[in-house]
Ligand binder design. Sequence first.
Ligand SMILES: [Zn+2]
Length: 267
Amino acid sequence: MVIHHLNCGTLKAPFIHLDSIVYCLLVETSSSLVLIDTGFGSRDYSAPSPKMRFFLHYMGVPRNVDETALLQVKALGYDVKDVRHIIQTHLHIDHAGGLVDFPWADIHVFKPEYLAANKPKGMMEFAYDKTHWAHDPKWVFHEKPLVDWFGFESIPALKTPEADFLLIPLPGHTRGHCGVAIGKPGKWLLHCGDAASPFHRDTDLHNRGESAYKLSFLSAGFTHRLIGSHVPQLRSLVRDHGDEMGAISSHDILSYREFNSLPTRDS
Ligand SMILES: [Zn+2]
C-alpha cells in the first residue's frame, strides 16, 4: 500500500494569516485507488458557482488546475478510472469539488453529513456548494455499525487487502463531520478532517511551537465553534498511540510538508 499526500487547493490569504492547503490522500491498494477528500475540482476553476467564486477569491486560491486530484492522479502515472472509491470527511466547498471529476467512483459519506449538506443550518453549514453533487454521484451512505476504535466510535466503510478504511464520527465542524482512519492494527493514519487545526495552539495535535500558530489571536470559543470539541481526545490518541498512529488534518500544511519531505515553514 502506498499513501500519497496531496495538496488539492492552496489557500493563501495573508490578511487572515492563512497559508495553507486542502489536504487529501490518495491510497494505492492492490484492488483500487482510494481518495480521501477531493479538494477543488476542475469545474471550480473553469466554471465556478457564485459561492465558489467568492470562496476562491476570499481564501486566495491560485486556481491552479494542476492541484486538482484528477490531474495529480494522472501525474502520478495512474489511470484515473482506478479511483473507484472516494471517502469524504465532510462535504464542505473546499473538500468536495473534485467529486465531479470522478463520476464513476463510489462516494462514501456518513449519512448525517449528506443530510446536513442538503439541508444546511447555521454559519458552518453555509459552506456547502450543492453544485458539487448535482451530477448525482454514486453515493454509499454509512451509518452503522459503530465499532470501538481506540475509544472512538468507528464505522467500517471500505475493506481492501492492505487496509481498512473507517469513518470516525467527529461532529461539530458540521453535523456529520468524520475523520477517516486508514490501516490495520499496529499501523494507522488518521485524517482528522477539520476536527483539528495546526494554526492554533489550542487545536494542534502535535505541539509544534509558537511560531507555527498563526491564528492564535482567535479565541478558544471561536475555534471550538469552528472545529468542534474533539481535540483533547485526538491529542490523547496521538500521545498514547504515537508508535502506531499518524494524524493529519485538512489544512495541516506542516504535516503535509513533513510527509512529502519538503522544507518546513521555519527552515
Ligand atoms: Zn470544512
